[in-house]
Design a protein around this ligand. Structure first.
Ligand code: SAM
Length: 295
């Protein structure tokens, strides 16, 4: 977690005359000081900033005392907005593109604009910065030599399961964006489709409540059900399966935990233990009846 500390370092930032073109500028994912000096200088220097939400970017720029014209741009923006950006660049203007947080284009708008710049031979450059996917991956402790960034997990159950089933064959680390509200359903889906893998839920990266929850799907599910989480989440999934043996005793223990400790209904407990263990419904259900009788 980053902490504010009072200190004075004198740095001169100057507005400069920039060549016409598109400047992709990374912004912080939470902690405002995670912005590069070059990013600040670029914002001071460009003719216009194209951003997802002018209020969000306005707050960031206001924090650094930067005043610059802002226009709204997202991937739903029609051809007219892109044409406006191109005609500005043709007139010799420099245009910065940023998103609400992190790197533009990474699960954020900008790709269509950059593609068209490339096709038209327009100068494009990147001013790098924080990215939630890479920050989560760094903290996960999972292998970083090779990984898949899979973007947002789909909302719909079928699409989510199809994605995990496609990725379950990959023996490399996988990085997903997910919301705190859906994280339990998401981890249950991973456990049932990919097996009880080692996963890491990272949340609120660079912010006061930054947290890293690590373990097998079943460990993490227990923790998430005990203490639900809030905020923004990056989920990292190991490429390696964890072979945990689920014998009768482990099934009964997990059901007791769900039904007695967490107060889940037998139906929900069966669903969760099936997802964690990979056991069939009939067998888990039979044990759940025994647990219920003893309660
Ligand atoms: N372009 C951004 C980047 O470079 O990371 C990602 C933008 S995407 C629209 C937003 C998602 O990124 C969130 O739903 C969350 O999954 C993840 N995210 C962004 N900031 C985060 C943070 N501080 N902590 C954890 N996850 C974060």
């Amino acid at each position: 977690m980053a902490t504010e500390k009072s200190e004075t370092i004198k740095i001169n930032l100057n507005a400069q005359s920039l060549p016409a073109g598109l400047y992709l500028v990374g912004t912080p994912i939470g902690y405002l000081k995670d912005i590069s000096l070059r990013a600040l200088e670029t914002f001071m220097s460009v003719d216009v900033v194209a951003c997802e939400d002018t209020r969000v970017t306005g707050k960031l720029l206001h924090h650094y005392g930067i005043q610059v014209k802002k226009i709204k741009y997202n991937d739903h923006s029609d051809e007219r907005v892109r044409e406006e950006i191109f005609s500005r660049i043709e007139r010799g203007e420099s245009v910065a593109l940023c998103s609400d947080a992190g790197l533009p284009l990474i699960a954020d708008p900008g790709y269509k604009l950059v593609r068209e710049c490339v096709e038209r031979g327009v100068y494009v450059t990147s001013i790098p910065g924080a990215c939630a996917a890479l920050t989560g991956l760094q903290l996960s402790g999972l292998a970083t030599d090779e990984f898949l960034f899979a973007g947002f997990v789909p909302n719909k159950k079928k699409a989510r399961e199809d994605l995990f089933s496609k990725n379950s064959a990959l023996a490399i680390t996988q990085v997903y964006y997910e919301t705190a509200v859906r994280i339990v359903d998401c981890v249950e889906a991973i456990a049932s489709v990919m097996g009880d893998r080692h996963i890491v839920v990272t949340r609120e990266l660079t912010k006061s409540y930054e947290e890293v929850i690590s373990g097998t799907c079943s460990d993490v599910l227990t923790r998430l059900k005990d203490q639900p989480i809030k905020g923004e989440v990056v989920l990292i999934v190991s490429g390696e399966r964890v072979e945990k043996s689920w014998d009768d005793e482990a099934i009964i223990k997990a059901l007791r935990h769900e039904m007695v400790d967490l107060g889940a209904s037998s139906k929900d407990a069966v669903k969760s233990v099936m997802a964690q263990s990979g056991w069939a419904k009939k067998q888990v259900y039979a044990f759940a009846l025994d647990v219920k009788e003893q309660m």
